[in-house]
Design a binder for this molecule. Structure first.
Ligand SMILES: [Fe+2]
Length: 248
């Protein structure tokens, strides 16, 4: 199985006169075009949040236009820039009031987790969300499971510290994930840089923003003007091998 991961596209309305509006649309357009050229094609595409910049319907309308060429199923989880209801209209509804969703139509289980707490930028994972995740994982202990969410649930030096409103949320989430051996990987966005970590007995990767004007920690002498996304090869046992792709 092949998963392409987009993140932090921060798309603005097509009519926006903000200077970054055009470059962000172009960055996403180039990543989508690169995905379309992949052979083999990815089985699914995931988006790890901050799909748009302001949460306005016009942002989502522009986003929908830009991702329309993607043939694979596109699954997403919201970021702090997203608006839950408008996000749900573009992607999929969640287990309300959150946007959690378990996708069951794949050889492995894929679970989107909602870590947003509007209007805050920081993440949250309250008792209701923990309960949903624990129950959902308990329902299929034999199936290799991949999680994706916006906010990485741990600190990363030097720039991503205290990313949750209540740091205890992260410990509680780690304790739930630790209980369930079938969790093989967690994909995150939000921090706008690329990393691989071990957390709660599972591998975690973060990716940078597709939007080049807000990405961090990327060797610009290497990547220059090219937007970046990630491609994940998932083995039968759920182990993930990640390739960072530059969109030509
Ligand atoms: Fe972002």
């Amino acid at each position: 199985m092949l998963i392409a991961q987009l993140s932090d596209t921060h798309i603005l309305a097509e009519s926006s006169d903000r200077p970054e509006a055009g470059s962000r649309a172009e960055d996403l357009r180039r990543c989508v075009a690169d995905i379309m050229r992949l052979d083999p094609q990815p089985d699914i595409v995931i988006h790890t949040g901050d799909t748009v910049q302001t949460g306005a319907p016009e942002d989502y309308a522009h986003l929908e236009k830009l991702v329309a060429p993607i043939r694979a199923k596109l699954y997403a989880t919201p970021g702090n820039r997203d608006h839950r209801d408008k996000f749900a209209a573009t992607f999929q509804r969640g287990n309300e009031p959150f946007m959690h969703h378990a996708f069951e139509d794949l050889p492995f289980r894929l679970i989107a987790l909602d870590s947003i707490e509007p209007p805050q930028n920081k993440g949250a994972f309250c008792a209701d969300r923990l309960r949903w995740l624990d129950e959902t994982l308990s329902a299929a202990p034999e199936r290799p499971t991949l999680l994706f969410m916006h906010h990485p649930p741990f600190d990363m030096e030097p720039d991503y510290l205290r990313g949750y409103l209540n740091p205890l949320d992260r410990d509680a989430l780690a304790n739930v994930v630790l209980k369930h051996d079938q969790v093989r990987h967690l994909f995150c966005g939000h921090c706008h840089w690329i990393s691989r970590n071990e957390w709660a007995g599972t591998a975690v990767t973060t990716t940078t923003s597709v939007a080049r004007d807000v990405r961090k920690g990327v060797d610009e002498s290497r990547y220059g003007e090219t937007p970046i996304y990630q491609l994940h090869q998932v083995a039968v046992d759920g182990t993930v091998t990640t390739e960072t792709r530059t969109a030509a």
